[in-house]
Design a protein around this ligand. Structure first.
Ligand code: PXP
Length: 270
């Protein structure tokens, strides 16, 4: 079964917009996380950024205390945050690149360029009983490097896929599936279909990672429209989804937004 990790950073973004620096305020990401769990989410993801723009230290401490499912701490590979993670002991850390000016995590990690430092952190986390995932683009050389450093998981960056799918909500619903792509290839047709190249990269990346013994998650930019198309990607264990669920929650509430996503994910066949 494909699992859902809900990213709750966006709830903290809203709180910080009004209550920055006060140590309290609404909406509360921890309360939202508990609602996600009650609705069936398999895990909660929170990104403790170096600039603390959304999730705060007190949030991750409280999450560690109250979560009953899997706690995935997203983090940059920097000494301050590594020390916090080792003390906090989330179930898993997902190491991401972090740039100060970005709106959200914009690219995948360059594992090749940072192999030594990532290997060191991977070992320290594993020694503390924490699993390690690396957020990377579906790139053959990056996946090989993730395997070399001994990560348990990779999280495939689906941002480019989501961008290519985004032709407006109506068109997104009519994007072709894997079978269409195959027949387009067989027929020698030009592959002009939106999202096809990125989808093929994700499919190849997931197969490669699986063959190397890595478990495969995916995330970034996934939503209620592009999910059906992502179902063409094999071997997926968990999706980490934030923005679309929290946005939907504005209309229907957090619990129903999570349930709607879980209902769509049930169609995944691996
Ligand atoms: N996975 C990772 C590693 C991320 O950095 C993010 C964004 O914070 C997500 C998943 C969720 O992306 P989105 O909010 O677009 O669903």
């Amino acid at each position: 079964m494909l699992k859902l990790g809900v990213n709750i950073d966006h709830i903290a973004t809203l709180r910080e917009a009004r209550y920055r620096g006060r140590g309290w305020g609404e909406p509360d990401p921890v309360a939202a996380a508990l609602t996600c769990e009650a609705a069936g989410a398999h895990g909660i993801t929170a990104h403790l950024r170096e600039d603390r723009r959304h999730i705060q230290d007190r949030d991750v401490r409280k999450l560690r205390e109250v979560l009953k499912t899997r706690f995935n701490l997203e983090m940059a590979n920097v000494p301050e945050i590594v020390a916090i993670a080792l003390k906090l002991k989330p179930d898993i850390v997902c190491i991401v690149p972090e740039r100060r000016q970005e709106v959200t995590t914009e690219g995948g990690l360059d594992v090749i360029a940072d192999e030594k430092a990532l290997m060191k952190t991977r070992k320290r986390m594993n020694d503390a009983g924490i699993e390690v995932s690396l957020f990377i683009a579906p790139d053959r050389r990056q996946i090989e490097a993730a395997s070399r450093i001994g990560a348990q998981f990779i999280e495939l960056h689906t941002g480019a896929f989501a961008e290519e799918c985004w032709a407006g909500p109506d068109e997104a619903l009519h994007l072709p599936g894997r079978a269409d792509l195959r027949s387009a290839k067989l027929a020698g047709k030009e592959r002009h279909l939106a999202g096809s190249i990125e989808l093929e990269r994700l499919i190849a990346g997931a197969e490669q990672a699986h063959a190397l013994g890595l478990k495969v998650n995916a995330g970034h930019g996934l939503n209620y429209q592009n999910l059906a198309r992502l179902h063409c990607v094999p071997r997926l264990v968990e999706l980490n989804i934030g923005h679309s669920i929290i946005s939907r929650a504005v209309a229907v509430g957090v619990g129903d937004a999570v349930k709607e996503m879980l209902r769509l994910m049930k169609k995944y066949r691996g």
